[in-house]
Design a protein around this ligand. Structure first.
Ligand code: ZN
Length: 413
């Protein structure tokens, strides 16, 4: 919403105005924020900060790797760096690196020059897995020598309908924009060459449980990537659960369902209560149909948080209900994706004993769940965040992209 963005922006600008003069301004921004009337909120914010502080102050920005790096952002900032890891386990390290570069620039010991190489690729990529794992390591080894200050692979946010949507390589070199541009281009060609190998494998809504049931033991962790609240999904979609119930698959844990009304009904029933519950399917077509279940209320906890790296993410009131066939569901009242097993374990749930653990998340869950998972599978179900990147109806991107077109470079020429 326009007024929300403008409110936060103006509060930030007021704080900077009150603190002038400043040597360095460091901003922690997502990088793909869109509001009514603003396709590039971070570009707008950076331009206004630049206008306030003048040309001598060093402006540095740390961005989520799911960002759109725009020309406006590049012009207004001196240094931009993105996270290198997805799941995002490295914001602190990147912030320290950004600070060091900006400190050197403010002291006259460095002259950061940025260049971006745009990739005609839209997708989702996982950094703990080869070959991207090795690529991330190599980005780090390129930094701090031969005049290269920072190397970033911005994966891009696939669900932003803006002109700048898509992956990008960003390089910051010391005083030499051509050096930055040539390294960005070289790394960009490497990423293009590995595009098929780094794309996250996705299974269909039936193929994923099929695969899980073929494996001995558990738990097999299924990521319901289409209903990840972190990407803007409602987190009350029922598509995957409906298939699990229709197929009679038991011993399942599934959450987090953002359903404050259902949470309230469960709280009124109390622990030990049994009730007919209409679950999920409430936010629109991306939520699917509500499911009518008879459930036992197993446990209720108020004002809960879950771990997201060193931070805590609010979940609100959290309820564990059990449906037939040992299908355990976790509902909550503050919309958030599943980041960590401690979204569930304080309720008394034993994840190791489940056959399937289905989390509404794309990749952040991986940091906490991978070690306990028999295997991790990604489900390309219906919902808000499609895995079919070729079919996203962009209206503002100007150039063709993979995977909609096999060879966008040729189509562009
Ligand atoms: Zn991200």
């Amino acid at each position: 919403m326009r007024k929300v963005y403008e409110g936060f922006r103006d509060e930030t600008l007021d704080g900077i105005r009150r603190s002038l003069p400043l040597d360095i301004v460091l901003l922690n921004m997502h990088g793909a924020m869109v509001a009514e009337g603003y396709d590039d909120c971070e570009g707008d914010l950076l331009e206004r900060v630049r206008a306030l502080v003048g040309t001598k102050t060093v402006i540095g920005g740390e961005l989520d790797l799911h960002c759109h790096i725009s020309e406006r952002m590049l012009r207004a900032a001196d240094v931009l760096v993105t996270f290198k890891e997805y799941p995002h386990v490295d914001p602190m390290e990147r912030a320290e690196e950004l600070f060091a570069i900006c400190r050197d620039a403010a002291a006259g010991r460095a002259r950061p020059a940025m260049a971006v190489f745009p990739l005609d690729m839209i997708g989702s990529y996982r950094t703990p897995v080869e070959p991207l794992k090795g690529f991330v390591e190599r980005m780090k080894t390129l930094e701090g020598k031969n005049g290269i200050l920072s190397v970033s692979f911005a994966h891009g946010f696939p669900y932003g309908d803006v002109a700048d949507v898509g992956g990008k390589v960003l390089v910051v070199a010391d005083g030499d924009v051509d050096k930055a541009a040539s390294l960005a281009e070289r790394l960009g060609h490497e990423l293009w060459a590995m595009r098929e190998a780094i794309a996250a494998p996705r299974l269909g809504i039936d193929a994923a449980p099929d695969r899980a049931l073929q494996l001995a033991g558990g738990p097999v962790v299924l990521a319901d990537v289409a209903d990840n609240a972190g990407g803007g999904a409602p987190s009350d979609a029922t598509f995957v659960l409906a298939r699990i119930l229709e197929r009679g698959i038991g011993n399942v844990l599934n959450g987090l369902y953002w359903d404050p009304l259902a949470v309230r009904f469960c709280k009124e029933a109390g622990e030990g209560g049994r009730l007919a519950l209409r679950l999920g399917g409430k936010c629109g077509t991306a939520s699917g149909q509500p499911l009518d279940l008879t459930v036992d209320v197993m446990r209720i906890l108020e004002d809960q948080v879950q771990s997201f790296g060193p931070a805590k993410a609010r979940m609100g009131d959290t309820v564990w209900v059990r449906a037939a066939n040992a299908v355990d569901l976790v509902l909550n009242s503050v919309r958030t994706q599943v980041f960590h097993p401690d979204a569930f374990t304080p309720l008394g749930l034993d994840l190791a004993a489940k056959k399937l653990v289905v989390v509404k998340s794309t990749q952040h869950f991986h940091a906490g769940f991978a070690s306990l998972a028999r295997e991790v599978l990604y489900v390309a179900g219906p919902g808000a965040l499609t895995s079919d990147y070729a079919s996203i109806p962009f209206t503002k991107r100007r150039h063709p992209y993979w995977p909609r077109i096999a060879d966008p470079a040729r189509a562009r020429a």
